[in-house]
Ligand binder design. Sequence first.
Ligand SMILES: Nc1nc2c(c(=O)[nH]1)N[C@H]1C(S)=C(S)[C@@H](COP(=O)(O)O)O[C@H]1N2
Ligand SMILES: [Mo]
Length: 255
Amino acid sequence: MSIDIRRRVVLRRLLAGASTVALAGCDAISRSSWGPRVFQAGEYANRLAQRLLTSRTSMAQEFTEADLSPVFRSNGTAFPDDAAYRALAANHFRDWKLRVDGLVHRPMELSLAQLRSMPNRTQITRHDCVEGWSAIGKWKGVPLSAVLDLVRPVSTARFVVFHCADPMDEAGTRYYESIDFEDAYHPQTLLAYELNDRPLPVANGAPVRVRIERQLGYKMAKYIMRIELVESFARIGEGRGGYWEDQGYEWYAGI
Ligand SMILES: Nc1nc2c(c(=O)[nH]1)N[C@H]1C(S)=C(S)[C@@H](COP(=O)(O)O)O[C@H]1N2
Ligand SMILES: [Mo]
């Protein structure tokens, strides 16, 4: 067992102990007026534990060219069933514009050429899908932080929402996802436009998809059309911050 894993085990045991103690007093607590505050404190302890176990600011592991998967498979949508998207794709996304708006001082529309002329970062990382597969790919893109610096979020903004091109159901609900500012400003969070030294394939989210390297695959929205800054996601989809979150997945999908 590595020291890191052992540290996690020890922490988990400590925490399991703490919650047993809390539960023992449950009945009495729920009958008293200060009950709800205790549960909030419990939730706070859980979040604190998460931070101790995996620091949110740490970097995800990066790999070498030798580690690249022979194929980076596609999952979920592989070609959005949307006429406007297909027209953009047919013209190699020359007319595509990324709209960045919501709680920002300076809403903008950025072309692919503009994004490509901004500072960029390349990283080789492992993608983990909740369905049980992983792949290592090389991503190049503009750090999301650079785009946020251009539009300047207003002080009440707390989350970054990605609106995608692909309809997910008969009603036409499109894929959407969201992250908080800790992930939005993380140096490995990219608006990626290249995979393995080539323009991002349609199957992997062309022209631009987000990389959020310390979370699971479903957070990494493909086919991004619009980025919206919000104070809460109460008015986004069904209010849980993402297409899969609204079907019951966790909002923070840490790995
Ligand atoms: N717009 C959109 N983004 C999406 C999905 C999707 O269906 N539509 N699937 C998600 C899931 S579950 C995974 S694992 C990854 C898959 O990325 P890939 O197609 O590049 O393998 O994209 C995520 N982002
Ligand atoms: Mo996934």
